[in-house]
Design a protein around this ligand. Structure first.
Ligand code: ADP
Ligand code: ADP
Length: 239
């Protein structure tokens, strides 16, 4: 079943730069899709239009029955709870433990204060631990985020996204700051956890070999347009 539908999406930035031009694709429930393209191709812009962080100029984004592109700012905030976001630079709260970082995900990343005063229920904590376990980070649950390695930080960030019980996870260059070996292990954990939970995932990634290895399907973009949409095996090296 279709979970995400992007239809005729275009984005022109205020300075007149056209970062996306007539992008259309659908993502099914549980599908793991990698978006590839050089730096500047429009990958980040696409993810930011899907989660409503920036406004598209034309076209629509639908997640299940909700047209994101029709929502008010307030409605978008509520909708964003259903979208897990993973960043290149992790964006953990340094002085909080791994588990408290995961718990803050439920509040949309900003209210980490609540984690520190024990606002969360036992059920929330159990859910957070379950998600840390899915990415092999249970043994680091009580470590402060600033004591974790890069790979560990990104695993915690993945657990945080999953603890939101999202409909879809969007990851913007999640392994670009990690060395190649670590990249593969973190991508493997992300894919495995998403598949187990049946969560659709869109991953921006510039490394084609990594994309080919993990993706169910690859979308290749260049200069804001889709050049390829299909299985990894049929991708030629022209992108
Ligand atoms: P990618 O994620 O593939 O590297 P981006 O979506 O970040 O690409 O950027 C696509 C293009 O849009 C780039 O040329 C970038 O410089 C431009 N761009 C990104 N954000 C803005 C902005 N706020 N204003 C103007 N141009 C932007
Ligand atoms: P990343 O490489 O992590 O996608 P960028 O360096 O492309 O990030 O962009 C960082 C920030 O600067 C973003 O908020 C983006 O919208 C903005 N930005 C990128 N390119 C431009 C541009 N040409 N003009 C204005 N803002 C830009």
């Amino acid at each position: 079943s279709i979970l995400l539908e992007v239809n005729g999406l275009s984005k022109v930035y205020p300075n007149g730069y056209e970062a996306l031009n007539d992008i259309s694709f659908v993502v099914n429930k549980g599908e793991f899709v990698c978006i590839i393209g050089r730096s500047g191709a429009g990958k980040s812009t696409l993810l930011r239009c899907i989660n409503g962080l920036i406004l598209s100029t034309q076209g629509s984004v639908r997640i299940q029955d909700t047209y994101i592109t029709d929502l008010s700012e307030k409605e978008k905030l509520a909708q964003r709870r259903k979208i897990g976001f993973i960043f290149q630079e992790f964006h953990l709260v340094d002085r909080l433990s791994a588990i408290d970082n995961v718990l803050t995900g439920r509040l949309g990343y900003t209210n980490s204060f609540f984690a520190t005063i024990g606002y969360f229920s036992r059920e929330h904590r159990e859910k957070a631990l379950e998600c840390l376990g899915r990415v092999n980070m249970l043994h680091r649950a009580s470590y402060r985020a600033d004591r974790l390695s890069g790979g560990e930080k990104q695993r915690v960030a993945i657990a945080r996204a999953l603890a939101q019980e999202p409909l879809i996870v969007l990851a913007d260059e999640p392994v670009a700051s990690l060395d190649p070996e670590l990249s593969w292990s973190v991508m493997g954990d992300l894919r495995k956890a998403a598949k187990e939970l049946g969560v659709s995932t869109l991953v921006n990634i510039h490394d084609i070999d990594t994309a080919k290895h993990f993706a169910d399907r690859i979308i290749g973009i260049a200069q804001g347009r889709i050049l390829y949409d299909g299985p990894p095996a049929l991708l030629t090296d022209s992108l």
